[in-house]
Design a protein around this ligand. Structure first.
Ligand code: SF4
Ligand code: SF4
Ligand code: FES
Length: 247
């Protein structure tokens, strides 16, 4: 069977958006196909590159009972598909002030006690367009492993598709971003060189060089750019264990 992406650009295939039929070029993504059909994306579209999570889409192919999910900007149309874009998923989001927390695993459970209702069905992982092991990071959240959740969920784009399939009504993406914020604030090693650079900026170290740059012509700036030194590379050895601040 010919894959949609291998069909000629000018071949039109029918798709059904909000129940209405449109004939669109077979090679387009869902996002571009809808623009071809005359829709202007005001909601449900951001980066167009698979990283903002605004274009979560639920669809079904004819003769299949299965509901599938994907990103409209990354998923190529298929003949006869019925689809709906979910720009926003209205999951529960707990309020917190990061400065008042301490970065303990128990705080995640206190803010999202529903994590203990997870039944381990794996629907969230199967529905994630970023191929994140969502069920695993929910298990890490239950264990209070903030660093683990932060690591496992690192590629989460907050599309909400995992929550849309969850029988336990979890808000996996909000649990994950809480863990990443806690880890960044209390667990991740501090970038000491950044602290020193901020101090230098506050002390006016770069004011004179900046004035000098602003007085240069475009050509002078291009030459300067070409002859610049490379960025210093920081490695694990640049961090000290004392910088880790889990409480
Ligand atoms: S974890 Fe959930 S919200 Fe994050 S990218 Fe995957 S499906 Fe989307
Ligand atoms: S879909 Fe919900 S209940 Fe199922 S494994 Fe994921 S978080 Fe747990
Ligand atoms: S538009 Fe940003 S992920 Fe699709």
């Amino acid at each position: 069977m010919t894959k949609p992406s291998e069909k000629p650009v000018d071949e039109l295939v029918p798709i059904f958006f909000m129940g209405k039929r449109y004939d669109v070029p077979a090679s387009l993504t869902i996002q571009k196909a809808l623009e071809y059909a005359g829709y202007q994306h005001i909601r449900g579209c951001g980066c167009r590159g698979g990283v903002c999570g605004a274009c979560g889409t639920v669809y079904r192919i004819p003769d299949s009972y299965k509901l599938q999910v994907g990103l409209a900007c990354q998923t190529v149309v298929q003949p006869g598909m019925h689809l709906m874009i979910l720009p926003y998923y209205p999951g529960n989001r707990s309020e917190f002030d990061i400065e008042e927390l301490k970065g303990t695993g128990g705080e995640v459970a206190a803010l999202y006690p529903e994590i203990f209702k997870c039944i381990g069905c794996n629907s969230c992982t199967q529905g994630c367009p970023m191929d994140i092991d969502v069920m695993h990071y929910m298990a890490q959240a239950i264990r209070g492993d903030i660093a683990g959740v932060a690591e496992t969920s690192f590629d989460c784009i907050m599309c909400g598709l995992c929550a849309s399939r969850c029988p336990a009504e979890e808000v996996q993406f909000n649990v994950a971003i809480l863990a990443r914020r806690l880890h960044a604030r209390y667990g991740h090693p501090r970038a000491m060189h950044l602290k020193e650079r901020v101090k230098e900026i506050e002390n006016g170290k770069f004011e004179e060089p900046l004035r000098d740059l602003m007085s240069k012509s475009t050509e002078e700036l291009k030459e300067l750019y070409k002859s610049r030194e490379g960025e210093p590379q920081f490695t694990e050895e640049d961090w000290t264990p004392q910088d880790a601040r889990y409480v």
